[in-house]
Design a protein around this ligand. Structure first.
Ligand code: GLY
Ligand code: MN
Ligand code: MN
Length: 462
């Protein structure tokens, strides 16, 4: 947890956004794994944690936007709680950690909300994304849980996004701490991924590094020789010499900030000429994107720049034909790069997307594309100084996609399907870093993680 003043300042800045009424932040509760008392690892709601700091279940925060008073709602531990969970600070002590001098029993939250509404005051809240929160919000607002989302506050969402998307120095330091461990995890994967080893053995080695710090994953690890399956959470293949292994793994720091890193490397330790050729295209796509980033540049345009570079380079190898711009604008390029270039990252790996993807990643004169591929780009709007975004171009040979498009002749003036079929067993490549937008450009966060062909081969040999 940061110093109490950090949370007080964040709440003051939120209050300065000019909303009126109550701003209600309901924290997460424990979620059962398979029965009530057997729980999944606790993950706090990030907006609650951003403004109130506390990383425990069963809390809510209310900011009176008119008076500026903020109150923590929760319960003091009773003896039974202490028997099962050990000594806990009082509610008032926990409130003080977040810079609050007001706390109240959780049982009084519903009447506080009801009194505000009875007085004709607005109660602003963010869109809930968990079933438990929907039910609790339905109770607090006296509406059916299915209707809770209809009433979320767009102005509060905009105000929260405006604050959370600009990272402070203390947040960047947390993200770099997460990246230091993530680096060790990726290097460990490179060293353990020998021919004959099962994917889950490599995953166990990697995740152990994070668990030894009592940290959690930021998202389920993607580690597979079948890297063309974009969110491949299966780890049950045996690695074979000549495979490309794709490793998309990140962790959440003790302070609650995520990393999201992808590296792709050759099982056996040496890229084949064919792998090296395509790997270097993806690397250049990433480096060109990072170079193009600066405040005011739309991430949609950075995505297209990266895609165009891929098309130009793949055209010289015979995969595409025609004008590179047309191939990008038509969406034909997505046969090889069917996802977005990246997304914001912070407390959430896809930062704030629970608040509404388009409210976070679009607007500001930028609309989401309906095209297959580009439509998955979650961040299109102009970059701002202080944003942290992932830059994660990829190139994949997805047999089902190639055959589906070939069968309907989709974009056949641009795509050489015969050439794509020659690579149907190739797999996929993705290279992902977490990048801070600076005043004049960008900076890759964290200590460097082996990325060039030479660096990766050296790390695997080491
Ligand atoms: N790790 C998921 C992603 O890169 O978005
Ligand atoms: Mn990733
Ligand atoms: Mn990502």
């Amino acid at each position: 947890m940061f110093a109490a003043t950090v949370y007080a300042q964040r709440r003051a800045r939120l209050q300065a956004a000019g909303l009126s009424g109550l701003l209600l932040f309901v924290g997460n509760v424990d979620s059962p794994m398979n029965y009530h008392d057997n729980i999944l690892p606790f993950v706090q709601d990030s907006s609650f944690r951003y403004f109130f700091g506390l990383n425990e279940p069963g809390l809510a925060g209310v900011i009176d936007a008119d008076s500026g008073e903020a109150t923590l709602f929760g319960n003091d531990p009773d003896v039974a709680d202490i028997v099962w969970t050990g000594p806990l600070p009082s509610l008032a002590e926990r409130a003080a950690l977040a810079g609050l001098d007001r706390s109240n029993a959780y049982a009084n939250l519903a009447s506080t909300v009801a009194a505000a509404r009875a007085a004709g005051r607005a109660v602003h809240y963010l869109a809930p994304y968990r079933g438990e929160t929907l039910i609790e919000m339905g109770r607090l607002l006296d509406v059916h849980p299915a209707q809770v989302k209809d009433g979320f506050s767009t102005p509060l969402t905009h105000a929260v996004v405006a604050l959370r998307e600009i990272k402070g120095d203390e947040e960047i330091a947390e993200m770099e701490a997460a990246l230091a461990v993530t680096r060790d995890m990726h290097v460990a994967a490179m060293r353990h991924a020998k021919p004959g080893v099962m994917e889950y053995e490599v995953v166990g080695e990697m995740e152990g590094i994070m668990r030894r710090r009592d940290w959690q994953l930021a998202y389920p690890s993607i580690f597979s020789r079948r890297g063309e399956v974009l969110h491949n959470h299966h780890h049950d293949n045996r690695l074979e010499s000549g495979d490309l292994a794709l490793n998309d793994t990140g962790c959440t720091s003790g302070g609650g900030y995520a990393s999201d890193i992808t590296r792709t490397f050759p099982v056996g330790g040496k890229f084949s000429p064919r792998q090296r050729e395509l790997y270097n295209i993806v690397l250049d796509m990433q480096l060109a994107a990072i170079e193009a980033m600066k405040p005011g540049v739309r991430y949609l345009d950075v995505h297209k720049l990266s895609a165009r570079l891929m098309v130009e380079r793949m055209s010289t190898l015979g995969f595409f034909r025609g004008d590179a711009n047309d191939i990008v604008e038509s969406g034909a390029y997505a046969i090889a790069f069917p996802h977005g270039l990246g997304h914001q990252i912070g407390m959430d790996v896809h930062d704030m997307e629970g608040l509404g993807e388009d409210l976070v990643g679009y607007g500001e004169d930028t609309e989401r594309s309906p095209l297959f591929g580009l439509g998955y780009l979650r961040l299109g709007k102009p970059l701002k100084q202080g944003m942290v975004v992932t830059v994660e171009p990829g190139m994949y040979f997805i047999p089902a996609l190639i055959e589906a498009w070939a069968a309907e002749g989709r974009h056949s003036q641009y795509i050489n399907y015969g050439k794509f079929r020659e690579y149907r067993d190739f797999g996929g490549i993705r290279i992902e870093d977490n990048v801070l937008v600076t005043a004049t450009g960008s900076r890759v966060l964290g200590a460097p993680i082996p990325k060039t062909v030479e660096e990766v081969e050296a790390a695997m040999a080491g």
